[in-house]
Design a binder for this molecule. Structure first.
Ligand code: BF8
Length: 656
């Protein structure tokens, strides 16, 4: 194995495919990243390209302290300061991230509404209990109405959240009361999801909002419209329509591809098509069709967040995370890569051209030049998904013999929705977070960390995730994970109950063994970071750990972040009171003042703040320090056991 390949990824399956790519002269994201160094000026947020007088470059001079005069001269042609430029760039990322998650949520609601109206026959309410709970939360009359009647009212309420012009988003009320008051006091409660994104884009147009603090207020309002709006709506409605995840055993890594079967990968984010593919991959007629083409059967695997969705609900195996999308095609065994929206590299088409793989785009919002477009029509879900599968099967005879599938895959248990954790900890009749809170209070569990986010070709694939998570669980911190971070943990074998004994500190190991859970809980796709918000709120409500999310011994991280969605997520976590550490690089370092606003002022305002630490072990220790600080503020920094007093002990107390 070459040293070069080892620096690119810690994942053996990926390393094998990188070597195959090198032998066959196929260029991947790893090669392109090596060839093109990141722009240092854009990288620190010091490039402004919002008008045609620029782009203006206002970089921070390296290696010496800046005098006030030098700082004052660092402006764009219009006079925009570095603070304004860095803040504008930062909040525009929030706008794009919020728009992406929320447009996903909107599409899910549209499908749900069509289902409720009886116009879509191929989907139905799968989780009736969650439907009723949602109805209760949203004030929808239940009575003896049918599921579809209730669903229609819920769909209309959720749909209105996007276009709402005033008032407050309804899901804001899911947050702890104290948190809601903080937001109201600061004026950052979102009015409507679309409105906050549009206003943010307006404010960052040339010559509008030119005060970094003011820009961040609106940035925060948009981010909250993501976490407690678009993302939360997507998760809730998906659970109702496709089922709330429960613990499921599955497998992860490129080794889930099968040499003698038709391999279809579903890649992207929105689960409607993936759901249909998961059902149809068991269809006897399609399996027979695959056999008629010489294959032994049909094998569906996932990639990126859509993989998390169908693995959590159906146990569909995962082929890999973000940086493995091209590598899957390089196996030579992928007959169709079916994509919808978000995190789909355009480089896929170029790689697919070197093999027989058919790259199929399916969403009217996301086309890729050179690929095959086959619209997934929700109104005709089964038939359009069937056509897509058939296109993959028809491509199987073109596979040829340049096939090498790394024989590497890892079992994992996923499916830890908030409801499932509640049930696992508390049992069917008294589902609660009490045992978790108690174990945090008695010190067996030191705290809770959310480790989420992407892969990034600027850092060794999966390395930061794995090192950080191992360090956290070694120090008795329970990890909740989503997105590509969760997949890295799964590949490293950390999502099995057995991992507790091998990798955890004694306290966490004991709890995991007693409850039978892994020390790293897979909570779903990036959209499902909203599950972490709900879990944190449930911990607050259960008592004993303060009265707000910011009181919890908890922290968040995205050590290999890459996308604008990650910035939106980070900001809604910070604004929800969570200390949040990002790795790889930080996009505002060109402005010390704005960076300090994010890294310091935020804590006074929201109780949570940002931090940047590219070293994953150091970052883990920043999180642990924060957790310890919160433990001490709660007065639970000394390990305490709940003691049941017998008569003799009582008498002793009385005697004293
Ligand atoms: O939403 S973790 S690389 S796949 S952005 Fe993308 Fe990042 Fe992966 Fe999912 Ni999230």
């Amino acid at each position: 194995m070459s040293e070069e390949a080892k620096n690119k990824s810690i994942d053996q399956a990926s390393i094998e495919m990188l070597e195959k790519a090198a032998q066959e002269n196929v260029r991947t994201v790893f090669d392109r990243a090596e060839k093109m160094k990141p722009c240092p000026i854009g990288g620190e947020g010091s490039c402004c390209s919002i008008c045609a007088m620029g782009p203006c470059r206002v970089p921070l001079a390296k290696g010496k302290d800046e005098t006030p005069e030098e700082h004052a001269r660092r402006t764009g042609v219009c006079g925009a300061t570095v603070e304004t430029i860095a803040a504008r760039n930062f909040v525009r990322k929030i706008a794009a991230g919020t728009a992406s998650h929320s447009d996903h949520g909107r599409r899910v609601v549209e499908t749900f509404k069509l289902m409720a109206e009886g116009k879509i026959k191929d989907f139905e309410v799968k989780d009736e209990q969650k439907l009723l709970k949602l109805a209760l939360d949203l004030g929808v009359d239940v009575g003896d109405r049918s599921n579809n009647e209730i669903a229609l009212d819920i769909a209309i309420i959720c749909e209105n959240e996007f276009g709402r012009q005033e008032g407050e988003l309804v899901f804001i009320k899911s947050a702890p009361l104290k948190r809601q008051e903080i937001w109201r006091k600061l004026g950052v409660v979102p009015r409507g999801i679309d409105r906050e994104v549009v206003e943010l884009m307006h404010r960052t147009h040339m010559g509008v909002d030119q005060d970094y603090k003011s820009l961040m207020f609106q940035g925060t309002r948009a981010a909250l419209a993501d976490g407690w709006g678009g993302s939360m709506i997507a998760t809730e409605i998906q659970d109702v329509m496709f089922g709330t995840p429960t613990p499921t055993l599955s497998e992860i890594n490129l080794g889930v591809l099968k040499e003698d079967m038709v391999n279809i990968i579903i890649h992207g984010h929105e689960p409607a098509l993936a759901e249909m593919l998961a059902v149809l991959s068991q269809d006897p007629e399609l399996i027979k069709y695959a056999k008629s083409k010489g294959a032994k059967g049909l094998n569906l695997a996932g990639m990126c967040c859509t993989a998390n969705e169908v693995m959590m609900r159906h146990g569909v195996p995962i082929a890999g995370n973000f940086l493995q999308q091209e590598l899957a095609i390089i196996t030579g065994a992928v007959d169709a890569m079916v994509v919808d929206v978000q995190c789909i590299m355009q480089g896929l088409q170029e790689v697919a051209r070197c093999f027989h793989t058919k790259l199929i785009t399916t969403d009217d919002r996301a086309h890729i030049t050179g690929s095959t477009f086959m619209l997934f029509d929700e109104l005709n879900a089964k038939e359009s998904a069937k056509a897509i599968i058939k296109a993959g099967i028809d491509n199987y005879p073109n596979r040829g013999d340049n096939v090498r599938i790394p024989q590497i895959k890892t079992p994992l248990i996923a499916g830890f929705s908030h409801e499932t954790i509640n049930y696992l900890l508390g049992g069917l009749f008294r589902a609660s977070y009490r045992p978790l809170n108690d174990n945090i209070i008695n010190g067996r569990i030191r705290g809770v960390a959310g480790v989420v986010g992407c892969n990034n070709a600027r850092t060794t694939h999966d390395s930061a995730h794995t090192l950080m998570i191992k360090e956290l669980i070694k120090n008795d911190v329970l990890v909740l994970s989503t997105g590509c971070a969760a997949m890295a943990a799964g590949k490293a074998g950390l999502m099995l109950p057995e991992a507790a004994k091998e990798f955890c500190g004694p306290g966490l190991a004991e709890v995991c063994e007693a409850v039978g859970i892994p020390p790293v809980l897979h909570m779903g796709a990036c959209i499902d970071n909203s599950r972490i918000l709900i879990a944190a709120t449930a911990m607050v409500k259960d008592g004993g750990l303060g009265d707000d999310i910011s009181d919890l011994p908890a922290a968040g991280a995205a050590p290999e972040w890459m996308s604008e969605k990650a910035i939106a997520i980070g900001q809604y976590f910070v604004a929800s009171g969570v200390y949040t550490v990002f790795g790889t690089n930080w996009p505002t370092l060109g402005s010390k003042e704005f960076t300090s606003h994010l890294f310091n002022d935020m804590e006074e305002m929201y109780g949570g703040k940002w931090a940047f630490e590219p070293d994953p072990i150091k970052a883990a220790h920043l999180m642990i320090e924060h957790i310890d600080k919160k433990r001490s503020a709660l007065g639970i920094d000394k390990a305490r056991e709940r003691v049941l007093y017998d008569m003799e002990m009582r008498r002793e107390i009385e005697a004293v």
